[in-house]
Design a protein around this ligand. Structure first.
Ligand SMILES: NC(=O)c1ccc[n+]([C@@H]2O[C@H](COP(=O)([O-])OP(=O)(O)OC[C@H]3O[C@@H](n4cnc5c(N)ncnc54)[C@H](O)[C@@H]3O)[C@@H](O)[C@H]2O)c1
Length: 357
């Protein structure tokens, strides 16, 4: 299957790496606005069409599938162009930064009659899948309450700056904290999508509160309480304030599901699944998989979908991607309407004060 990849930043490189290892895939085109990325990666992967003009790649009739891995704000124009060219499209999360754009994208891809998948990779992750299997098997009875905690280092955390360099870290900060509406929207879409996937139920209402450590327009950290149509409650606790100062650990991740016959829990520190239920108790190793491994699972599913002509039901469709941004936007709006709490991060720099790195 012949692929084109648009967007060659940190996620785009991971997509390229994953695709280049898949024997059934040929990456025949790559595009990014940054000519350095295009040149370096074009040479490294021996890609025949390496361009700073994504439209060239979208217009290439020999390409079957386009992966849109560019910055969030570029998803809308790029996917609309893919729909016009009738390309099967896999787009990174969030589907769009504006709900209205997401709706247009879903409609355009449907009209084009091509497959449209959003890379909401929790659906491919072994930890999330095992939790879903245990819940679906009824081991803990009927699920009542889901808690999804995901706290990450800020995109300008010193570990990130050392790895990417100041300039790239600053551009990431702008992408995520300003254009991406911070953690609750940018990364929260994974949790809102997983909550729907896990419970099999849409949201009835969502309320949230958040706080801001460094005066960002959108809170660094928020907690959303979501009621599903089937009565399950999900708490999404999402933030970039974790580990501003930590030397080594960059993430705090914990999932819990409480049912009427038991409970389960998994966390990143121990990487074990623990189930305490009426009929059985489990304590098993459940290692975290890398984003690359998740992406490979998603790509395998998408390639299978293209071959059979319809999206496999466990993959996130455009509609699922849209529901995730609708939920995330509702949470962001709720946090702002309630009044963002401000906290002082201390004497550290405010990387967002427009010093123009
Ligand atoms: N699924 C996940 O877990 C996950 C993780 C990280 C990033 N992402 C998503 O992947 C996408 C890229 O993120 P990133 O971390 O690589 O960001 P990045 O800032 O490292 O790279 C973004 C790239 O997009 C390019 N770009 C911007 N507009 C473009 C356009 N119109 N045409 C072509 N290229 C364009 C930029 O030049 C840059 O190279 C984002 O949508 C992000 O939300 C998803």
């Amino acid at each position: 299957m012949r692929f084109g990849v648009i967007g060659l930043g940190s996620a785009g490189r991971s997509h390229l790496d994953v695709l280049s290892r898949m024997p059934e895939v040929e990456v025949v085109g790559i595009a990014d606005l940054n000519p350095e990325y295009v040149k370096t990666l074009g040479e490294r992967y021996g890609v025949p069409l390496a361009t700073t003009q994504p439209e060239e790649l979208i217009a290439d009739p020999s390409i079957d599938v386009i992966a849109v891995v560019a910055a969030d704000r570029a998803h809308y124009p790029l996917v609309m162009a893919c729909a016009a060219a009738r390309k099967h499209t896999l787009c990174e999360k969030p589907i769009a930064t504006e709900v209205g754009h997401g709706r247009e994208m879903v409609a355009a891809m449907r009209e084009a009659g091509r497959l449209f998948c959003i890379s909401l990779n929790n659906r491919g992750n072994p930890v999330n899948r095992r939790i879903k299997d245990v819940v679906d098997a009824g081991t803990i009875g009927h699920a009542r309450m889901v808690r999804l905690i995901g706290l990450m280092a800020a995109p300008d955390n010193h570990l990130v700056r050392e790895r990417l360099g100041e300039k790239a870290a600053y551009s990431r900060l702008v992408n995520i904290c300003h254009e991406g509406k911070n953690a609750m929207f940018d990364c929260g879409v994974h949790s809102f999508d997983y909550a729907r996937f896990l419970t099999g139920s849409d949201f009835r209402r969502i309320e949230a509160m958040g706080y801001s450590m460094r005066g960002f327009e959108y809170p660094d950290h928020g907690v959303a309480l979501c009621e599903h149509e089937n009565g399950i409650l999900t708490v999404v606790d999402k933030g970039f304030d974790y580990a501003y100062e930590a030397q080594t650990r960059k993430e705090y991740v914990r999932y819990e599901v409480i049912g009427d016959r038991g409970s389960l829990a998994w966390d990143l520190d121990h990487q074990r699944l623990r189930v305490f239920a009426r009929d059985q108790t489990l304590d098993e190793p459940l290692p975290y998989a890398s984003h690359d491994a998740d992406r490979e699972v998603i790509y395998r599913g998408f390639i299978e979908s293209v071959k059979q002509g319809s999206l496999l039901p466990w993959l996130a469709s455009g509609e699922d991607g849209l529901k995730a941004v609708e939920a995330a936007q509702t949470a962001v709006d709720s946090m702002i309407a309630k009044g963002v709490i401000t906290r002082d991060v201390g004497p550290g720099p405010n990387w967002f004060d427009g010093r123009g790195w």
